[in-house]
Design a protein around this ligand. Structure first.
Ligand SMILES: Nc1ncnc2c1ncn2[C@@H]1O[C@H](COP(=O)(O)OP(=O)(O)OP(=O)(O)O)[C@@H](O)[C@H]1O
Length: 774
């Protein structure tokens, strides 16, 4: 192809969501021709050689020559604004001119393109041959549950292929849910799940989401509320001007191709890079909204909370006036997660964005604050287990028997440090919600005295716990904020902000450390962390943006944000579409949670209503063994069955450190390289990752085994010792153990296998057949 003509400015070539998936499948030569085509087209669409023409019978659909055989299909949005929707062989275009369909969806207001021929073929193909599972299906599994039938309807099962899947809905109902209207006649004919999955692959995204949710058993009203309403154009806009393609493009998932490298990176990263460019409309709204104060985004695992937080950080940075400071804090629970945020932010926003963001985990921040105030501090940090040992020793030495070491340790962590209680009089009035046993005023005097002795003991030994540091940092920051507020209310210079590092020791005028704070894994931060963070930014619009899921809380840090000065009421939203896990894994993970209650970080309850996925894979496998030794062999067998999955995309999660060591040895003996996940993340890139459940927070793998899911291990046997002595603590510990298993199960993207030895964990009961069958 010869391209002539001078470059022209103002040409925009956009790519519609899903067109990238088609392009990436083109063979190498055609892909090469396509790269050249898009480069030349962006320079000058009128240059010779493209044979650019409007397709017969279509107002806006144009074709351009990619090479002799292949054509790019584009919607002309107006003037020099083009939307690339497909790249097809020319014979396909000519034969199917009347089957190429595009328009503005009257519910979502987004541009949709459908090649009816392709959709029909994919439905038929799926209908005739079983789909290839992304990974080998693991062995014995309970039968999949049929979708929940609509009330007053016979159950629909996979066994009745002749019955239309969506026979219970009228065309109008489907259209009102936002199903692409040209597809409704095909939807009517679907009779199997495989056909439905085939259609969902090529249909516009929203159509797939609606149909799969209906098929999951959700009612029409539920689908309307959960799937359609969040992306529907507002009522006053309902009378969409179907000619306004420029407005429609803003509501569509598209990306403007800015340069060759950008396009190449989108295509090369494939599914792994899509989070950077195609946000779901519900994610998009959260990223760009202006919030009058702290905002919180919840949602089940894999719904893209971290992705939203990353985009939000970029958005906030792009609104900043030019400068060299870091007015945005991006924080999370631990070092490992913070390192991951840093590399993803760099990949999303590049070095310019990264340069304006301070990324640090909460304990690191607390340590910085404390060191800034007390540079000579050389204390050794100890964890909660070592601290508990110190409590035991103290009680023995003091001859104290009124309270157990565990009780006092919890009281100190959760009430005294947890709520940053600074004085005995504060302790008399502090709320002890969730602590189970109540304590009298006289008892509080005794507990406070012991707490003072305990802190003195640590002081003398040169020790301190992370919680102590967090609490001290919170107090320091709150004092600092009080000074800022009182001293400079009228002379606050809103544009100038200092950071910790800039200001330390400089004697500069006190200012808030950050203008915006974005928090990931918010469910695991303690009250002291929140107090510290709250004091670090002025209370203004867009000050704090928190993402987290209380169903995944695995540390005992329940808080009520409102009481800590972080007022999220009225600014809370939830994401519900999982981009990570398949529908099969998600269904079992939800069953593990049972009907326990979860909070919304602010004293009310949270739910996973509407939590769903459009991804599909094998049903999780469940296998028991007689002994741990036998179970380890099961794990090896499972890994062998996954031989075609890269080892580093496979992981094993177990309840204890000893099991990590033993399993690693067993794998090595069978020639499978193990890589331990340490506190700082996996020790290397190679091999199957192995770690305890706590280490899996924030990670994801294609294939995952959760081993040792047995009574006595999940939950730990010691949890039941609280059953009668402290029922409230017993409940909390069970809750936590359940969440831990839920977090582990939802790390799997394609396949999940759960194993145990002896008696299976009680949390697996909803997944297992009734006892008589086992
Ligand atoms: N809009 C999107 N397009 C493509 N992929 C996405 C999108 N949003 C999220 N993902 C992918 O889904 C997976 C889960 O995303 P993310 O880690 O942000 O979820 P999360 O809600 O924070 O999960 P968790 O609560 O388990 O930590 C990641 O692989 C991410 O890249």
């Amino acid at each position: 192809m010869t391209v002539t003509g001078a470059p022209r400015t103002g040409v925009t070539l956009r790519l519609l969501d899903k067109a990238d998936k088609e392009i990436v499948k083109l063979d190498r030569a055609v892909l090469g021709a396509f790269y050249k085509f898009q480069h030349d087209f962006r320079r000058n669409p009128d240059a010779g050689g493209f044979d650019l023409k409007q397709l017969e019978g279509h107002d806006r659909l144009w074709s351009a020559r990619v090479n002799r055989e292949w054509r790019a299909l584009m919607i002309r949005l107006g003037g020099d604004d083009w939307l690339l929707v497909s790249v097809k062989h020319r014979s396909h275009v000519h034969k199917n001119l009347d089957r190429l369909n595009y328009g503005i969806n009257h519910i979502t207001g987004a541009i949709e393109y459908v090649d009816l021929q392709v959709v029909e073929e994919s439905v038929l193909r799926r209908g005739l041959t079983p789909p290839a599972a992304p990974v080998p299906a693991p062995t014995p599994v309970p039968a999949p549950e049929p979708a929940r039938p609509k009330p007053s309807e016979e159950p629909e099962g996979l066994e009745e292929p002749e019955k239309p899947l969506f026979g219970a809905y009228t065309d109008e109902e489907l259209a009102d849910l936002g199903v692409a209207e040209p597809l409704i006649p095909i939807v009517r004919k679907l009779t199997t799940d495989d056909e439905l999955l085939g259609l969902a692959e090529y249909a516009p995204r929203h159509t797939g989401e609606v149909l799969l949710r209906l098929r999951d058993g959700a009612s029409y009203e539920e689908v309307m509320d959960e799937v359609t309403a969040p992306v529907a154009v507002e009522e006053p806009e309902r009378n969409l001007d179907s000619a306004d393609w420029q407005a429609a493009v803003d509501r569509s998932q598209t990306v403007a191709i800015t340069d060759d490298e950008f396009l190449q990176s989108i295509l090369e990263e494939g599914d792994f890079g899509r989070w950077k460019i195609f946000l779901h409309p519900t994610q998009e709204k959260l990223v760009h909204r202006r919030y009058s104060g702290p905002a919180r985004v919840g949602g089940g695992p894999g719904t893209g909370k971290t992705i939203v937080a990353l985009h939000r950080v970029c958005h906030l940075v792009r609104q900043l006036p030019p400068g060299h400071t870091k007015p945005v804090l991006f924080t999370t629970f631990n070092r490992n997660l913070a390192a991951d945020l840093r590399s993803r932010l760099l990949s999303l926003g590049g070095p310019d964005v990264l340069a304006r963001v301070d990324i640090a985990h909460v304990d690191q921040l607390a340590t910085r604050i404390v060191s800034e105030a007390d540079p000579g501090n050389a204390k050794r940090r100890i964890d909660d287990t070592t601290a508990l040992r110190e409590w035991r020793d103290l009680l023995v030495e003091a001859g104290e028997t009124r309270w157990s070491a565990e009780f006092l340790s919890d009281e100190w962590n959760q009430v005294i440090l947890g709520q940053a209680v600074a004085s005995r009089s504060d302790y008399f009035t502090v709320r002890r919600a969730g602590r189970g046993r109540s304590v009298t005023r006289a008892e509080r005097v005794g507990i406070w005295q012991l707490a003072e002795r305990f802190t003195q003991r640590l002081e003398t030994k040169g020790l301190e716990t992370h919680r102590q540091v967090a609490e001290r940092a919170a107090r320091l920051e709150m004092t600092r904020k009080a000074k800022i507020d009182s001293r400079s209310r009228e002379r606050e210079d809103r544009s100038g902000l200092d950071n910790l590092h800039v200001e330390a020791g400089s004697g500069a005028r006190l200012r808030h450390r950050y203008r915006h704070i974005v928090v990931d894994e918010a469910q695991d931060l303690s009250a002291a962390h929140w107090k510290m963070l709250r004091a670090m930014a002025p209370s203004e619009a867009d000050d704090m943006f928190l993402v987290g899921d209380t169903h995944q809380r695995i540390y005992d840090n329940q808080v009520t944000l409102g009481s800590l000065g972080v007022h999220i009421r009225g600014r809370s939203s939830r994401l519900t579409l999982s981009y990570r896990t398949t529908r099969e894994i998600l269904r079992d993970a939800i069953r593990v949670l049972g009907d326990a209650d979860y909070d919304d970080l602010d004293g009310d309850s949270d739910t996973l209503a509407g939590y769903r996925s459009v991804l599909h894979g094998p049903v999780p496998s469940l296998r028991g063994a007689r002994s741990w030794d036998e179970e380890m062999d099961l794990v090896v067998q499972q890994l062998r069955a996954w031989h075609d999955v890269p080892r580093e995309s496979t992981a094993i999660c177990v309840p204890t450190n000893d099991m990590v060591t033993q399993l690693a040895e067993r794998l090595a003996r069978h020639g499978i390289t193990p890589t331990e996940i340490t506190q700082d993340g996996p020790r290397g890139d190679q091999g199957v990752h192995i770690g305890t459940m706590y280490r899996f927070k924030g990670l994801e793998y294609r294939c995952l085994v959760i081993a040792g899911v047995a009574e006595g291990l999940v939950p730990r046997a010691s949890v039941d010792t609280w059953e009668h002595t402290d029922p409230s603590r017993h409940r909390r510990e069970l809750h936590r153990a359940r969440s831990l298993l839920f977090v582990a199960a939802t790390r799997a993207r394609d396949a999940l296998a759960i194993t145990w030895h002896g008696e299976p964990s009680r949390f697996l009961a909803p997944l297992l057949p009734p006892r008589s069958d086992t």
